[in-house]
Write a protein that binds this ligand. Structure first.
Ligand code: FAD
Length: 510
């Protein structure tokens, strides 16, 4: 359809009053919560979910933007954390990524102090040359707090954090919240999707024959992508040439020790394994490339390295890395797994749901029109490629060559945008952040250094400092970090007083 006829069909569209959310996983209920809390008084919102189909049942590590999402919606943090048996997350510990037996942490927050001409890494590199600098991580509060297993909120947002949470309980919490703001929930299976004469979606038709009509549909049906993919035929851009992993096996175990405030992410022969500690249990899983290993070997690797009794049977989840060519088509916006999936390495999926929701709310149409759709899709596209590049970085820069998987990672041809960033850092120590990009300079530096990339040159600004001055500068930062960390309570002491889980017996039954 050309733009002229799109415009004509847009004029036939009614004002958006009835919003239908198809799917009640994390994406569906986050969308319902945000829409009902902000525009609930002027919209009629229905969410359809099927207990028989269920949700993907994973997705438990988040990043700090979720703190903001809760604030925007006036969700009390202590309440949501207690209701989801949540713990704090300060970063991700990457074991065996740079090389077998070597590790590093990618944490939230910042490291050291930048000068306007040159980032802190240049001062640290000079410190290394002069034998004055300790490990890069020793200049970062969040990283040291993670290593010491400590946490507390600090004044003026002095510590950056996110959560590990139980995804099923989170959806349940958001359901109660959304129903309180008037969302109508329909239980049952969507049998088919009915189109209007102009090609828009007119209604979803339930398996029992009932019809739910809407003006705007939000596809949160997970990997099925029932509306945007199966019905509207929007294609999928496959990124498996860079992201080889396509299968996960997830299993929950009992906690054997106090929860730490970070995800452990251990590289394996043909993928990696996660460990996410909640208050009442641990989420584990392995993510792997089916081109490089088989399910039985991956399962054996996973089950051979979990601790604590199994609470669930291992569950296999297959996925295709990539994104929907258009996140918004006609009167249908896709969120969550329906709109694409990178892989869970840097916990970016829930963040992308949240970005989709806030973007939709900021461009919420009176009557749906093509310019809004085009702008939305352009923003989604420009944001996700940088996140994709950041995830690929972990595979592209590594000294591992011990298995065919890691050798294939080392040999892959990178997207030019990532190639440029790697070359720039390798040559000059410089990184940059594109406006609105999720991962800031600190993340790029921590991961590039952590994966084993050492810049050949650095900025000359630190040469203005003599050894004493540089030492004083570096030590001042390090001592401040250490004294702050030493005053923090242990992570679980803090959790037990801030947001203890409400009902351990109920939690155990989940
Ligand atoms: P789903 O949870 O699959 O929900 C789909 C919904 O649609 C369900 O309610 C289902 O019942 C409904 N539905 C489907 N078809 C029909 C139908 N015909 N009729 C009625 N209802 C229907 N993200 C992170 O941010 N951090 C992580 O640590 C993380 N880890 C992950 C690990 C793995 C292995 C995977 C695969 C994903 C991970 N993710 C993670 C992604 C995260 O799980 C998802 O982004 C998040 O759970 C949202 O899923 P969803 O709501 O889009 O889909």
């Amino acid at each position: 359809m050309n733009h002229a006829s799109e415009a004509a069909s847009a004029t036939e569209r009614p004002p958006v009053r009835r919003v239908v959310i198809a799917g009640g996983g994390t994406a569906g209920w986050m969308a319902a919560a945000a829409l009902s809390r902000t525009l609930g008084k002027v919209l009629d919102i229905t969410l359809i979910e099927s207990e028989e189909i269920g949700t993907v049942g994973v997705g438990e590590a988040t990043i700090p933007t979720l703190v903001t999402f809760h604030r925007l919606l006036d969700i009390n943090e202590q309440e949501v954390m207690a209701a989801t048996n949540a713990t704090m997350k300060l970063g991700i510990a990457f074991d065996g990524w740079r090389d077998v037996g070597e590790d590093y942490i990618h944490s939230f927050g910042t490291t050291g102090k930048d000068h306007w001409t040159a980032g802190f890494q240049h001062f640290w590199l000079k410190g290394r040359e002069r034998g004055l600098a300790r490990d890069y991580g020793e200049y970062c509060l969040e990283l040291r707090a993670a290593q010491e297993n400590r946490f507390a909120h600090l004044p003026n947002g002095g510590i950056n954090y996110a959560f590990h949470l139980d995804s099923g309980l989170y959806a349940r919490f958001l359901r109660r919240f959304s129903e309180g703001y008037g969302v109508r929930r329909v239980e049952g299976r969507i049998g088919e999707v009915a189109l209007a004469a102009n090609g828009d979606i007119a209604a979803v038709v339930m398996a029992d024959g009932s019809r739910i009509e809407g003006d705007l549909f939000i596809d949160c049906t997970g990997f099925r992508a029932l509306l945007i993919g199966q019905t509207l035929g929007v294609g999928f851009e496959d990124w498996s040439q860079w992201l080889f992993n396509d299968t996960a096996i997830a299993v929950q175990t009992e906690s054997l020790r106090p929860a730490v405030p970070y995800v452990r992410c251990s590289a394996r022969d043909a993928g990696w394994q996660w460990r996410i500690p909640l208050q009442h249990r641990v989420g584990n899983g392995i993510v792997f490339s089916s081109r490089h290993t088989d399910e039985a070997s991956a399962r054996a690797t996973l089950l051979g390295s979990i601790e604590g009794a199994q609470r669930t049977e291992p569950r296999v989840i297959r996925f295709r890395p990539g994104q929907r060519v258009k996140a918004w088509e006609r009167n249908c916006v896709s969120l969550g797994l329906a709109s694409g999936f990178l892989e869970p390495l840097e916990s970016t999926s829930i963040h992308l749901i949240q970005r989709g929701i806030t973007r939709l709310l900021q461009s919420f149409p009176h009557v749906i029109n093509q310019v809004d759709i085009d702008e939305y899709n352009a923003q989604v596209q420009s944001e996700i490629v940088h996140i994709r590049d950041f995830v690929i970085l972990h595979y592209a820069v590594s000294n591992r060559r011990d298995t065919p998987y890691w050798r294939d990672c080392a040999a892959m041809e990178l997207p030019p945008s990532l190639r440029h960033r790697i070359d720039l850092f390798a040559e000059t120590g410089r990184v940059f952040r594109i406006p609105n990009e999720l991962f800031a300079e600190n993340s790029w530096v921590q991961v590039m250094l952590g994966q084993g990339l050492t810049p050949r040159q650095r900025h000359p600004a630190p040469d203005l400092m003599g050894d004493d001055e540089l030492n004083h500068f570096l030590e001042g930062i390090r001592r401040h970090v250490e004294s702050t960390v030493s005053r923090l309570p242990t992570h679980m002491d803090y959790i037990r007083s801030y947001c203890p889980m409400k009902d351990a017996a109920a939690a155990a039954a989940v």
